[in-house]
Every structure is written in C-alpha cells, then in structure tokens.
Design a protein around this ligand. Structure first.
Ligand code: UP5
Ligand code: MG
Length: 196
C-alpha cells in the first residue's frame, strides 16, 4: 500500500507501557483499526492446525521476537481484511516493529508508516503494572522471569528501531507514567498537531 491508500501509525513502548490501553482509547475517538502484533501472534498460536503454534509459544514465553515472516504475514492479512470488509484505511500497529529487520521489511513491502507513537516508561513502573496484570491475565509471559527477558529484548533489540525512526524525525514520544486518561490527553494533542 502507499501512504495515500493506508495511514499506518506504529505504537511502540516497553512491555506494560500501556500501548494496548491507549490504542483502545484512540479507537473510540478516531477511525483507526487496532492491530496488536502480540494479540495476532497469540491468536495464531491457539488456532487449531497452525503450523507455527509451538514456535510462537516458545518465543513469547522467552520474550524473544518471532521471525518476521510470520508476524508480517499476520499483519498484512489483517490490514487487507479490515480494508475489504470494514473499509478501514487507518491502522494502529501496536507492538511492532520491534526488531530492525521487521521495520525495514514492513515499510518496504506493506506500507511506510506516518510516524511512531512511542510510550516512554521506566522499567520499575512497567514491572509493577505487569505483575499486577499477571494476577488475572493468564498471559504466559506475565511472570517475573519472562518480564525480565522481555525488558532485555526491548532494550537490546527494539530500542534501536525507535532510535532509527527518531533520527529520521518520525517519532512522537510521550511519557506513559501518568494515569491512562492523562497520557491519552497528550495523544490527542499530538494527533491534532499531525492533522489526524
Ligand atoms: N496500565 C496501562 N496504562 C496505564 C497507566 N497509564 N497507568 C497505570 N496503569 C496502566 O497495559 C499493561 C497494564 O498496565 C494493564 O494492566 C493496564 O491496565 C495497565 P497494556 O495497555 O496492556 O500495555 P502494553 O504496552 O500493551 O503491554 P503488553 O504486555 O501488551 O506489551 P508487550 O509489548 O510486552 O506485549 P505484546 O503483546 O506486544 O508482545 C508479546 C510478545 O509477543 C513479545 O514479547 C514477543 O515475544 C512477541 N512479539 C513478537 O515476537 N513480534 C512482534 O512483532 C510483537 C510481539
Ligand atoms: Mg499490548
């Protein structure tokens, strides 16, 4: 797709920074379709007959990044389906790209992004949120061992992607520490500035 055919916003931030929470709010007020790469991978993992189920399960528990072919295909299928069935042209791509190769490939073969919304949050805050959510989420990676691995992957593998986009002047960075409604106020201000 070209930027005329699809508006893509990447939503990045550490594990538990609030990407999903903010995307849900954006969807209420704007015409975006929310596509969480993590949610799509968890669905594929649980889909009967999936050839990737076991692999995805291992990668997620270890906080590693699933090979990009799988994730990009799931995202591309969802974008095409939302375009054809719901007439959507605006997409929040949540939790992706989190590795350099994915970033370059997606923008080359699917669509360039308009910008990246980056939620900046200290590890202590994210850890507390995830441990709290882990009491009820049932997510296999909301335990302290997996959380530490996710943080390591985020710093070593995902931050370089954010830094690349930042050098290109394509990052909108917000503090994700305040309560959800306060963070969302800032999101709306930034969307206004970007004429969304
Ligand atoms: N909460 C949210 N905002 C708050 C606020 N402002 N103040 C106080 N509390 C707040 O929020 C997390 C928790 O914090 C919730 O309980 C919420 O109420 C509270 P949430 O909105 O869920 O944060 P989010 O950033 O979405 O956290 P999530 O755990 O989903 O982030 P991850 O990036 O770790 O998870 P994701 O699902 O994206 O990926 C999981 C795994 O999938 C990865 O580790 C990786 O193994 C794999 N993956 C890939 O391999 N490739 C990909 O491209 C994507 C994922
Ligand atoms: Mg999420």
């Amino acid at each position: 797709y070209t930027p005329e055919e699809a508006t893509i916003i990447f939503v990045l931030g550490g594990p538990g920074s609030g990407k999903g929470t903010q995307c849900a709010k954006i969807v209420e007020d704007y015409g975006f379709k929310h596509l969480s790469a993590g949610d799509l991978l968890r669905e594929e993992q649980d889909r009967p007959g999936s050839q990737f189920g076991d692999m995805i399960r291992d990668y997620i528990r270890e906080g590693n990044i699933v090979p990009m072919e799988v994730t990009i295909q799931l995202l591309e299928n969802s974008i095409t389906a939302a375009k054809e069935k719901e007439g959507k042209t605006q997409f929040l791509i949540d939790g992706f790209p989190r590795k350099m190769d994915q970033a370059l490939k997606f923008e080359e073969v699917v669509c360039p992004s308009k910008f990246t919304l980056f939620f900046d949050c200290p590890e202590e805050v994210m850890e507390e949120r995830l441990l709290d959510r882990g009491k009820t989420s049932g997510r296999s990676d909301d335990n302290i061992e997996s959380i530490k691995k996710r943080f390591k992957t985020f710093v070593e593998t995902s931050m370089p992607v954010v830094e690349m986009f930042e050098k290109q002047g394509r990052v909108v960075k917000l503090s994700a520490t305040p309560p959800p409604d306060k963070v969302y106020e800032q999101v709306k201000v930034e969307f206004g500035k970007h004429e969304i």
